[in-house]
Design a protein around this ligand. Structure first.
Ligand code: ZN
Length: 134
């Protein structure tokens, strides 16, 4: 499998507006835009850091995956996303190796990227996202 880099770190927050000051003003990161992914009940805000990005994640509904995550574990790093050259190939390879997947097929995430999550049971408790972008 060809992992190119850490694409982004997903950080679950209760309110993007409430924490933006730290990421943008204190750290001086540039807020590159926000996007709501209705299917995932989440609003994302991206802050590039060198070759990677911080992705803030705010739930748009009380029953969304990010709201549930915060209820259970509190705010914090929720997932690590690895950029791969070919996500379909990567998923086929992982499946062949018996790695438990949440998404057997890629779906479309923020910024039009193709994304898929691996099951944390297969990754020492780390929610891993694979991501392919043009
Ligand atoms: Zn992500």
């Amino acid at each position: 499998m060809n992992v190119l880099k850490i694409d982004h770190l997903g950080v679950a927050v209760k309110s993007i507006d409430g924490v933006k000051n730290f990421w943008a003003d204190v750290l001086g990161l540039k807020h590159e835009g926000s996007e709501t992914v209705a299917e995932q009940k989440v609003t994302t805000a991206f802050f590039p850091v060198g070759e990677s990005e911080i992705e803030l994640l705010e739930s748009t509904a009380e029953d969304g995956p990010i709201a549930k995550y915060i209820d259970k574990k509190g705010e914090g790093i929720q997932h690590v996303a690895f950029r791969v050259a070919n996500i379909e190939e990567a998923l086929a390879e992982l499946k062949a190796k018996g790695i438990k997947l949440i998404d057997e097929k890629p779906r479309i995430g923020a910024g039009g990227a193709k994304i898929a999550f691996l099951h944390p049971k297969a990754t020492n408790g780390v929610l891993v996202e694979l991501c392919e972008r043009d």
